[in-house]
Write a protein that binds this ligand. Sequence first.
Ligand SMILES: [Zn+2]
Length: 435
Amino acid sequence: MKLTIHRGTHEIGGNCIEIATQKSRIILDVGTPLFNEDREPHDTTALRRGSSEELRNIGILPRVPGLFDDAEPRPDAILLSHAHEDHTGLLRHSQAGIPVYASVGTSKMMLAGSMFAGQPHLPQNRHREIQSGQTTEIGDFRVTAFSVDHSIYGAQAFLIEAEGKTILYSGDLRMHGRKPGMHESLIEAVKNRNIDLLLMEGTHISHNNYRGQNEYELEDEIVNHIQSAPGLMLASFSPQHVDRLVGFFRASKKTNRIFVADAYTAFVMHLIASETSIPRPECSEHVKVFFPRFLEEKIQRKGQEKHFSFMVPAKVGLTEIRSNPSKYVMIFRPSMLDSDFGGTFSEDTRCIYSRWRGYLDRPDWQPVKVALDEANGKLIESHTSGHIFYDDIVDFIGQINAKTVVPIHTFEPDKFAEFSPNLRILTDGETLVVS
Ligand SMILES: [Zn+2]
């Protein structure tokens, strides 16, 4: 069995991995890179629009025979570890005949992301469900998926067996989420399997002195922030990060406030209600739904009223929210400042920002900070990472006990050498024969 990492050996994001036997080939993730060579963030909107030719010319589309071009033979399958764009963003450039294996959770997050946030679409005729704990045969490969905890619903790690060798691909994961049972059962299932190669994410490998909160501690902190807020509490986080959504919903309930989902968040809640502890928005007295103006206009323009009709009974308007601000915790995004709030917030409005810090430096957040200041309010950062902390990487690698560890999704693969003697650092495009 041979492993080639086409992208991701020396950067965070843009994962694209190929595993090949004599007769079969599979691709793990087809991600858009997040950063350029100078580690400055890419303009994701521009990359979403680029043609295959343009993206090939600027080195964004890796050269993998038969994946993004019409060379034969094509890879047998694409497997998506989760629905973040740095793992799925290049899907639309892949050959339409290649089946795409992903969890139902990932397909749901991609459906919501493509409808509301311009994210990649997973065509239903290409999707093959891969259930956690089950083994699927793809060509020469036996692939077993495991649910992992990450900052998006439906994430999986993959155990890949062929030609007598075994590779474990971590995908993106963490050990400080709401469901520690996930990594415990993954470790339990594979630790006596003599893993030949562990392909391990290392987003936080350079932060060896840093350990953030777990999701439960974060929920307590959010409760405190809401409890001490005199007026309207806004909340900014990704609705696809269902653990965080659960945290905000529970924190709202504990503080006797109504959780106001926007239509995107309400749609995600509807999709996953049967699998999680959060209610369908239209069936709960603790949830209301707000339709931002741009969405309302888009729905009318496209005649999509029927897709959203189920949310209508739970609808709430800004007049009601502004009349009783301390009754609500409301999902917020910067575009709403002008189009819905008319450029100003009411007195004492606060906003909990629960995302990666880097987005706060973007232009769209600057007027929000000013408007909060002018309202005698504040922006409160309350967040924890979706990626595994340094100490947990050490622990995870120790327990998996693979013959070889190959870092991925990291800017500093060399740092794994601090604790991992059996390290093999690849460069993009280099092929390793798994032995
Ligand atoms: Zn991710």
